[in-house]
Design a protein around this ligand. Structure first.
Ligand code: SF4
Ligand code: SF4
Length: 473
């Protein structure tokens, strides 16, 4: 190999690359810096010194460094593959049809951050009945994707307060599977304050994913999620968690944690649940509360409903606790130590999703399937594109009897068509943020909730940064 010091110019496309849009430098402490490529999710490691120069632009490289970039480019490693893939993909490519089944507006907890106004969204006052189940299976026959798989998300209110309909849906699923070859994945989001007879055997027989809303140890959980009569709920839920886990590995259990406070810290809360060794995964998300007073204090119940798109709520009227980001940064430091040692823990879902995208070069076609391959059925027979917006009837896209009739384009527009997201380095991981959170912050599904946007970027930065030390752990 012959060394040369003559500078080879960067190709035209590379000359126009911008930090923060086409690539992002993430400083990973003593390990150096990581360079994340937006267009294909590759990650390169470099020195901290070069990382700082790359933040200023590719033209800050020395001649030798520029030659290395040219070599990477010629070998195809810098190629922007995601843009064309997104343009040529349909929303349902690779996706299962997912149906959120809002079984009842009743709930026995009074969570401080509830987006469902106590479970009923201000309008769902009855339980789902058999007629709606008929509609659900008609919808499945019509809209099942090419995967021929359907994911049910049993939801509410508290879904176990309408357990007979869950049983009915499972029995019909068995018939459809035999007759039409459609298979089903069952997931339930439950507070597990109740556990009807036969629920444990149903969960295990059908390999349910049981996602339990539990915010940490008793101090945090009881503060965030008291019963409607103001009593503690932690001990009863844990007793039911043990009953669900007891028969063995037939179920996947997820600890669904919402974070609104930092005392006790997120790390302490996660480790407290981790020690119990009953949860396979954790799912951790920032709760939306009124601003201020949430860090160590008792979070206040917030009104999450903007009046309308033309008069959105004042900024930060309802937002996430920004201390969540530093708490998450602390968690990722201890993350590798949570695996092994006989504990069944298999990961934090938010981290694992991103790691999979980076390792396998995958991209998101959108933030969620809402309005594309994901819909919510409720006891009033409405079809909504998002389970959190069941109370906002202007977003309704159909009824059980009529099927889909509404315009869902605001839900499924690709990230490259958005004026802000299309310029963002995180776009093919984030997919444009949660529409409901955008709506809450700006009054528009396509507005940008700056706080949750920052969370999306912070999360990706943390995962990219953690790759710098992954080999040594
Ligand atoms: S919502 Fe924010 S993080 Fe997500 S793609 Fe848009 S600008 Fe990027
Ligand atoms: S818009 Fe947000 S809350 Fe609604 S389905 Fe999508 S990710 Fe979930």
């Amino acid at each position: 190999m012959t060394a040369t010091h003559a500078r080879e110019p960067l190709s035209e496309p590379l000359m126009s690359w911008h930090h923060g849009r086409d690539y992002k430098v993430v400083h990973a402490g003593p390990s150096g810096s990581m360079v994340f490529l937006a267009g294909n999710h590759r990650v390169f490691m470099t020195t901290t010194e070069l990382g700082h120069r790359l933040e200023q632009g590719l033209d800050r490289m020395t001649a030798t460094e520029a030659q290395e970039w040219v070599a990477l480019d010629r070998s195809g490693l810098l190629k922007d593959t995601h843009r064309s893939r997104l343009a040529s993909s349909r929303y349902e490519d690779g996706a299962n049809l997912a149906l959120n089944i809002n079984l009842t507006g009743a709930c026995n907890l009074a969570c401080t951050y509830c987006f469902a106004q106590g479970g009923d969204y201000g309008r769902i006052y009855k339980k789902m009945d058999i007629q709606t189940v008929d509609y659900i299976f008609e919808f499945i026959r019509k809209h099942v994707t090419r995967s021929r798989k359907v994911r049910f998300e049993f939801f509410g209110g508290e879904p176990l307060l309408n357990f007979p309909i869950i049983q009915e849906i499972c029995e019909r699923s068995d018939r459809i599977k035999n007759e039409e070859g459609i298979s089903f994945i069952n997931r339930i989001s439950t507070n597990l304050t109740v556990l009807p007879d036969d629920a444990v055997s149903l969960f295990h027989a059908r390999n349910f994913i049981v996602s339990v809303s539990i915010d940490g140890g008793p101090a945090t959980h009881n503060q965030n999620r008291p019963t409607k009569s103001g009593k503690d709920s932690f001990a009863g839920i844990m007793a039911n968690c043990m009953k669900v886990r007891e028969p063995g590995d037939g179920v996947t259990m997820v600890a669904r944690m919402t974070v609104v406070s930092s005392i006790p810290s997120l790390v302490e809360n996660v480790l407290e649940l981790h020690r119990l060794n009953i949860f396979d995964y954790f799912q951790i998300y920032p709760g939306v509360t009124s601003p201020g007073g949430t860090c160590g204090g008792k979070p206040e119940l917030v009104q999450l409903k903007p009046a309308n798109a033309s008069s959105p709520p004042a900024k930060h009227e309802a937002t996430m606790n920004m201390e969540f980001l530093s708490q998450l940064a602390e968690l990722i430091k201890i993350y590798p130590s949570m695996f092994g040692n006989g504990n069944r823990f298999r990961g934090v879902l938010e981290y694992e999703r991103i790691v999979e995208m980076l390792l396998e070069g995958k991209m998101a076609l959108g933030f969620c399937g809402g309005g594309g391959t994901y819909f919510t059925f409720s006891p009033d027979d409405s079809i909504m594109p998002c389970h959190r917006l069941v109370g906002e009837t202007q977003f309704q896209v159909g009824t059980g009897a009529t099927g889909l009739t509404g315009d869902t384009s605001d839900w499924t527009l690709p990230v490259d068509t958005h004026p802000i997201c299309s310029q963002c380095w995180d776009r093919y991981v984030c997919g444009g943020n949660c529409r409901q959170e955008n709506y809450i912050a700006t009054g528009s599904l396509r507005g940008i909730n700056e706080d949750t946007c920052r969370y999306q970027q912070d999360l990706l930065e943390q995962v990219v940064g953690s790759l710098a030390t992954a080999d040594s752990q």
